[in-house]
Design a protein around this ligand. Structure first.
Ligand code: FES
Length: 172
């Protein structure tokens, strides 16, 4: 309240004081010049071009072309209609090597293509079985034959050198 007992006078004075403390006009504060806008667009575009270039180079460098050759089992240690587990291409990638009833060898990622549970070999049925939702894959190609999976298991390519079986790559 002012000396004359007027409430309005005090409020007017407070407003003026506030304007003196912060001398920025709201309209001018939000005013963007054409030059600033062009500068922003140019820098933004340059940044996007640079980010695209970096992504392209990183994509080429990270291309998974080369797999290491890794020994995974001895052929003599794998009887007919049996399997052995191994990890390939890294220790975080579980795989399964199966010798079928006809003696042929095939290897697959052990990660089910439905929801990533581990498949196991069921020699009595000659299938790879996923216990999570009862998914079945054939052992000769890793194709889904029953249950929810619709994609085949990634195949691990194999090579033999004498009795040693090597994993050489992954075919998705
Ligand atoms: S996770 Fe294998 S069937 Fe669902």
């Amino acid at each position: 309240m002012c000396a004359n007992g007027c409430d309005g006078c005090d409020k007017k004075n407070q407003n003026k004081q506030w304007k003196r403390d912060f001398p920025i006009e709201w309209e001018k504060d939000h005013y963007v010049t054409r030059r600033e806008m062009v500068k922003f667009l140019t820098l933004g575009s340059a940044f996007l071009v640079m980010a695209n270039g970096i992504m392209a180079v990183a994509g080429r460098l990270a291309r998974p072309g080369e797999f290491q050759r890794k020994s995974v089992a001895l052929g003599s240690a794998l009887p007919v209609n049996s399997s052995v587990l191994f990890r390939y291409p890294t220790e975080a990638d579980p795989c399964i090597l199966v010798r079928g009833k006809d003696g042929s060898l095939s290897a697959y990622s052990q990660v089910c293509t439905h929801l990533s549970c581990a498949v196991v070999h069921r020699p009595e049925e000659e299938v790879l079985f996923c216990p999570c939702h009862h998914g079945y894959f054939d052992v000769t190609g890793g194709h889904p034959i029953a249950g929810p999976p619709t994609r085949r298991l990634p195949r691990i390519t194999l090579e033999h050198a004498g009795d040693v079986i090597f994993a050489t790559g992954v075919e998705v």
